[in-house]
Design a protein around this ligand. Structure first.
Ligand code: ATP
Ligand code: LTN
Length: 331
């Protein structure tokens, strides 16, 4: 069975871009793989976070994983900072990471400009490589924005293996189907929909109220045409159509055939109904999960125990290969 690993930062509100580009793929993948899903809180602090809000967000994300359909009987869910192997391996990988490769990371440049630089932000991709390599991961389901980070994880695995002997499996990115891998902001379709967007109208959050969802869709940027046509040229309309198709669980082509000829306002109403209906069922499950915090803690305990046990196997090999610490008895 393949191992898949992925994570989301508890750095803001989960939105429909995260859902379409990442979480909905995870739900499918848990059926056929050993699935490990992490809440990457150590990554989140690479930009300033308010401590109380961060703690709350960690539980919110864990509950949302379950609410969208991650099943703890099939997948493992844990909090990154509860397994210290991530930090240990990141340190070792730091020592084989070329400075220049981190300087070229677009996320570092973007986030550095926005929030101010720090060494953690610079080192973010190495910690991410450690997350992935610790679990001998085969595939990493992520949106397109993470491709560059995945390349680094592969490069570091290869470099480590050739210098110290075979320890790591080379992970492959699993980018969601084209279009869905990059949902754009509703208010500026040239920008990716993002948790850290300052414009609240650009992003539909999974926990938004019906009123908020309808307002955001109503105000979403379109183009100078008035009706849906097959040659939907603008980025704005194809983004809305992609969201429609994803929530309807059908191809873009089928959605286009269904919607051709409808006015933009008719289309927006249909889209709003669809998004409201899907998100209200996720929200209902979310509220049930939050009302039973003990069960959520048990899921996170199991996930942590599993993660520690599994990562220890890799970590032993790493320490041995590099020559750190004392010889491990019976090893
Ligand atoms: P931030 O703004 O804090 O960077 P984000 O919205 O980009 O947050 P992440 O936590 O970085 O969200 O991403 C979680 C997962 O969702 C990743 O796999 C990422 O590739 C995917 N993802 C994020 N934004 C989008 C988007 N607009 N479209 C499709 N997938 C996305
Ligand atoms: N960098 C990712 C979050 C992340 C991740 C990971 C994703 C951290 N570690 C390991 C996949 C595998 C992001 O910002 N979306």
């Amino acid at each position: 069975m393949k191992t898949i690993f992925s994570g989301v930062q508890p750095s803001g509100n989960l939105h429909i871009g995260n859902y379409i580009g990442a979480l909905s793929q995870w739900v499918k993948l848990q059926e056929e793989s050993e699935a490990i899903f992490c809440i990457v809180d150590l990554h989140a602090i690479t930009v300033p976070q308010e401590p109380k809000a961060l703690r709350e967000k960690i539980l919110e994300i864990a509950a949302l994983y379950l609410a969208v359909g991650i099943d703890p009987a099939k997948a493992h869910i844990f909090i990154q900072s509860e397994n210290s192997d991530h930090v240990k391996l990141a340190w070792v990988l730091n020592t084989i990471t070329p400075f220049g490769q981190l300087e070229r990371m677009t996320q570092f440049k973007e986030k550095g400009e926005k929030h101010g630089e720090n060494v953690g932000l610079f080192d973010y991709p190495v910690l991410m490589a450690a997350d992935i390599l610790l679990y001998q991961t085969d595939e990493v389901p992520v949106g397109e924005d993470q491709k560059q980070h995945l390349e680094l994880a592969r490069d570091l695995a290869q470099k480590f293996n050739s210098r110290f002997g075979q320890v790591f499996k080379l992970p492959n990115p699993l980018i969601s189907p084209s279009g869905t891998a990059r949902i754009m902001s509703l208010s500026d379709p040239t920008k990716k929909m993002s948790k850290s967007d300052n414009d609240p109208l650009g992003t539909i959050n999974l926990l938004d109220s019906e009123e908020q969802i309808r307002e955001k869709i109503k105000k979403a940027v379109t183009d100078s045409a008035t009706h849906i046509s097959k040659d939907h040229g603008s980025e704005a309309i194809s983004n809305l159509l992609t969201i429609y198709a994803a929530f309807k669980n059908q191809s873009l082509e089928s959605s286009l055939s269904e919607l051709e000829g409808k006015s933009y306002s008719e289309f927006k109403n249909l889209l709003a109904d669809l998004v409201v209906s899907k998100l209200s069922s996720i929200q209902q499950k979310y509220n049930e999960i939050r009302a039973d915090e003990n069960s959520l803690m048990l899921v996170l305990n199991d996930g942590r125990d599993f993660a520690i046990e599994k990562s220890q196997e890799t970590m032993k090999k790493v320490l041995d290969a590099v020559g750190l610490g004392r010889p491990i008895p019976n090893h």
